[in-house]
Design a protein around this ligand. Sequence first.
Ligand code: TMP
Length: 246
Amino acid sequence: MSEAVRTYPGTFVTFEGGDGAGKSTQIRFLARVLRDAGREVLCLREPGGTAVGEALRAVVLDPAHEAMSDRAELLIYEAARAQIVAEVIAPALSRGAVVLCDRFADSTVAYQGYGRGLDRSFIEAVNGFACAGVAPDATVLLVAPAETVRVRMGHRAEADRLERAGDEFHDRVGEGFAALAAADPSRVHTVESQRHRADTFRLVLEAVSEVLPEAGAFLASGQEVLDTVVAEEMARKRLEKERIDG
Ligand code: TMP
């Protein structure tokens, strides 16, 4: 049972891609620009973003849960999605906010469909049920070279259950994302991660400018302004990390 896609006064942009592609950094940059332009911006991640979703996230990613079946895994991701859509995303879009979400329904097609090999038409149906008429206005598919991903993932804490799924699984996930982009080029914009974050950000801004005119206006303000925003946000991120690491 999937509902017809609804239109909202707000704007919904999702970021997709393999682990370590740099999604959260680009979301941070874009949120800063949109807030400076006066928009209300919510930055969310999936699974998560609600008390129920964060609890489900801990269950689905826990490396101790080796016994989890692929079907159970699929339904946990969908349960988390149903909750964040109802509790956070739909209300925010209704009041005109911008919602930037780190992963959404495309991840389930790529990871559980292509990666785990579960039935893709069933996944489409259950995605439709969980999303209840909410659909991204635009999706940025961030693709990073394998070496960059390896370095980034090396800096992270212990690998979670999905990150441990093996190279062949992650290759299939990558094929899934590429197929999604090819099937829906007007929504899914592939952005190749560049050596410099500011260059990647420029490509992200171009990708979303159609649905977020504020991004296009910011691009027109020039490279120097863009570089400054990126440098300030990276400095702020370092400070936050230092505070957390104590
Ligand atoms: P992340 O927040 O580090 O991206 O972790 C989420 C993990 O869950 C990541 O490995 C991708 C995976 N995932 C799925 O397998 N299916 C899904 O539907 C979603 C949203 C994420």
